[in-house]
Design a protein. Sequence first.
Length: 276
Amino acid sequence: MANNQVEFKFPKGVVITIAVVVVLLIFISKSAVTIGPGEGGVVFESLGDGIDTETTYGEGFHLILPWNRMIVRKVRQQSISDEMNVLSVNGLEVKVNGTIWYEPEFSNLGKLIKTKGEDYERELLDPAVNAAARSVVGRYTPEQLYSSKRDVIEQEILDEVQNILKDQYLMVKRVLVEDVKLPTTIRTAIETKLKQEQESLEYEFRIAKAQKEAKRQKIDAEGKAVANKILSASLTDKILREKGIEATLELSKSPNSKVIVIGSGKSGMPIILGNQ
């Protein structure tokens, strides 16, 4: 009994179509790139000149040649924190904890990566911040660093960093000095001095307040004295007699029985005799 074998043959056109679809799927999988929010991308041309410095791709879906590579980096504002050992103006070692806010220039992201590499923070930002911190902190005493000059130091470090990174495609937005750590003995001495200065200021304030109050009371007393003097000078004998008569007449209206002798008192003032 002969075996019947059935042979399946795909049409040539179908085979070609399947092959094309497979190639397209591979092509798309290798070429499709999605850049997330707050990110930017530059193309590394494997068969060309390396980083394409002319075009920076924004967030969204993009297609590139499958033999190229998209380098994606954050382009929104971000921060790094660090602790640096620096010297004050008198050579004392100080530890400074700080945070710096920065962002790459979006349109020049390709130039930044091409010149400084993908890890440009370590290659470019860290050395600039450390150099600026050493330069600025070296101008001040430990006491100034610990208390009164914090805002000034932050601004000076920012200015120095921005100057160092000028034309380097990296923008520094803000510098924050969070803490200045001094040797315990130095810190204690500074805190004691600051406390004494504060107590002295409070004592001077109380003295000044007491002096102002004393001056106010003196002015008030002098004003009352002048007013009494003017009033006394205006009360002549004639006016006093008239006021006395007016008061006597008012008293005479009282239901209590009394005797009023007009002009019998000293200096012509009326005399009021009690109940009869």
